[in-house]
Design a protein around this ligand. Structure first.
Ligand code: SAH
Length: 518
């Protein structure tokens, strides 16, 4: 168990709603549970954006439908929950929308009760209200309707509906049909036969709250035809009532600067969120699929002795960093070794600091070090040349960076007669998340992902390793620098490069390429 929430030996099940798709509509409680669960049992309505929030080492079980396959039967899902909880695990059963709104949540709890497995229910934002909201349709409005009703449009095995249309029409409220796409015609006919005006506004809202959301606004008489013309597919909800007409005026979601756009981010998890947050703030849907993560070299004897030597040096010398992660790992190491920075800097000559780009410089500033050399262009060669220019032969340069860092850094230093030590701080480990890989592969095929962002050549290699065999020529790669763009181009991707090596410049590039001017 990852935390101390439960102390008994039996586990517990959380039956939680994940909302309708937009990760921002996850409840705070569900987000906490995604972080802390031992195992997550999820189905088809969970978006890739949500899946990408599941930590790397959390076990997952997919119980939804695969193309052409049947979903896992309900009884089997309940048995999985019981089995895993009995192993003492914290089991998160994650369902689309709200678990008790046509989610069969009640059925899943029955076996838990019988088996005395403790559980909690975490309500979710239901699509029946949120999907209209994202289309600009309030389900109630004082001028038009004083109630709304959520109805299943799922047909019985014999193909008929068990809906009391007469009562529905008499209610005079907004009608929300879930699971109704394939019975749309029957529903519309049922309503008109029960006396509803065929000119009553109606809407069908597909994949609401996601980047792919679409709406068709028509009338009860024309909805089926209009939905067919637009080739509407599931998941979609059908809405009937005067409020539907408000969408024309109140629509907003796709009008945001990056509304309707979806990006896949491959940054290592440690520094993922700022870019993701900024793209989401601009209305984009963001899948975070880290292609690499870093592991500190530990224990790191070579670093320890290099730092002791550095501290005792009599000449002017340089300490050089080439990534924000490197900076954090370096200071993490000092902490672990209980080494004081003053002991590293105490020898005679001056100590100067080099940083490859502004993000690395920022990370150093956070520890009270303002770098002396930051090249204008973000590249290892430029950093080497910059330091070379600023130094005298015989000075000492200690580079602390990733294992297998770029070879371009060292020649400009040695050519200038500097003594160089290059000490690995961390290794890069390629990540594969099979669950996300499969979903992302499908999304690329359907061209649902507008661009993939890369912040180093190693994220490009990691991404390609994770995705395996596929056609990369359809992918737009937004890259942080030339070196990264070259790596992406080698796999046939279309590349776009940020003007500078910073997250600001990445966001600007993406907004220039995909944004709407308001
Ligand atoms: N428990 C879910 C509903 C499950 S039934 C909830 O509270 O939202 C599944 C139906 O929900 C789908 O057939 C569709 O009608 C609707 N639905 C779920 N997510 C949706 C979405 N993002 N956009 C449109 N309809 C959605």
């Amino acid at each position: 168990m990852k935390d101390g929430v439960i102390n008994e030996n039996t586990g517990k099940v959380w039956l939680a709603g994940a909302g309708p798709g937009d990760a921002g509509l996850l409840t705070v409680r569900a987000a906490e549970l995604i972080e802390s669960a031992d195992i997550i049992v999820y189905d088809a309505l969970i978006s890739a954006e949500l899946l990408s929030r599941i930590p790397r080492d959390t076990e997952t079980v997919y119980v939804g439908k695969h193309a052409g396959n049947h979903p896992v039967p309900q009884a089997e899902i309940s048995r999985i929950l019981v089995r895993e909880a009995k192993k003492g695990k914290k089991v998160l059963r994650l369902k689309g929308g709200d678990p008790f709104v046509f989610g069969r949540g009640g059925e899943e709890l029955e076996l838990l009760v019988r088996e005395h497995i403790p559980y909690e229910v975490v309500p979710g934002v239901t699509s029946s209200v949120a999907v209209p909201a994202y289309a600009g349709i309030p389900v109630t409005h004082r001028d038009y309707t004083s109630s709304f009703h959520v109805i299943t449009g799922h047909a019985r095995a014999d193909g008929t509906l068990s809906i009391d249309f007469d009562s529905l029409v008499r209610l005079n409220g907004t009608l929300v049909f879930l699971m109704g796409v394939s019975s749309m015609e029957m529903i519309m006919d049922g309503l008109t036969e029960a006396g509803m005006d065929p000119d009553m506004p109606a809407a069908v809202l597909e994949r609401g709250t996601t980047a792919g959301q679409r709406r068709v606004i028509a009338t009860v008489g024309t909805l089926k035809e209009e939905a067919d013309r637009a080739e509407i597919c599931t998941p979609a909800i059908i809405l009937v009532g005067k409020v539907c007409a408000l969408a024309e005026e109140l629509h907003w979601a796709e009008d945001r600067p990056l509304g309707g756009r979806q990006f896949l981010l491959t940054r290592p998890r440690q520094n993922m969120s700022s870019l993701a947050k900024r793209l989401r703030d601009a209305g984009a849907q963001v899948i975070e699929m880290p292609a690499i993560h870093t592991e500190p070299v530990s224990p790191n004897e070579p670093l320890k002795s290099a730092l002791i030597r550095f501290g005792q040096h009599e000449e002017d010398r340089w300490l050089v960093f080439t990534s924000p992660i490197g900076v954090n790992v370096f200071f993490g190491f000092l902490k672990e070794m209980k080494m004081d920075l003053r002991s590293v800097f105490c020898g005679k000559g001056t100590v100067r600091i080099g940083a490859i780009g502004s993000a690395t410089a920022d990370a150093l500033c956070g520890y009270g070090l303002i770098p002396d050399a930051v090249p204008k262009t973000y590249s290892a060669g430029a950093l080497g040349r910059e330091i070379g220019k600023m130094s005298q032969p015989g000075e000492y340069v200690l580079i602390v960076r990733a294992e297998n860092g770029s070879e371009d850094l060292i020649p400009p230093l040695t050519d200038r007669g500097l003594a160089v030590d290059d000490i690995p701080l961390y290794h890069t480990v390629y990540e594969v998340n099979p669950m996300l890989k499969e979903e992302a592969g499908r999304m690329f095929q359907r061209r649902e992902i507008d661009a993939v962002t890369f912040t180093s050549a190693s994220t490009v290699h990691g991404f390609v390793r994770a995705m395996g065999e596929m056609d990369y020529s359809g992918i737009c790669a937004v890259c942080i620098g030339e070196q990264t763009a070259r790596a992406a181009a080698e796999y046939g991707m279309r590349t776009e490069t940020a003007e500078q090596a910073s997250m600001d410049a990445m966001v600007r590039k993406i907004t220039d390429l995909f944004g709407k001017s308001r």
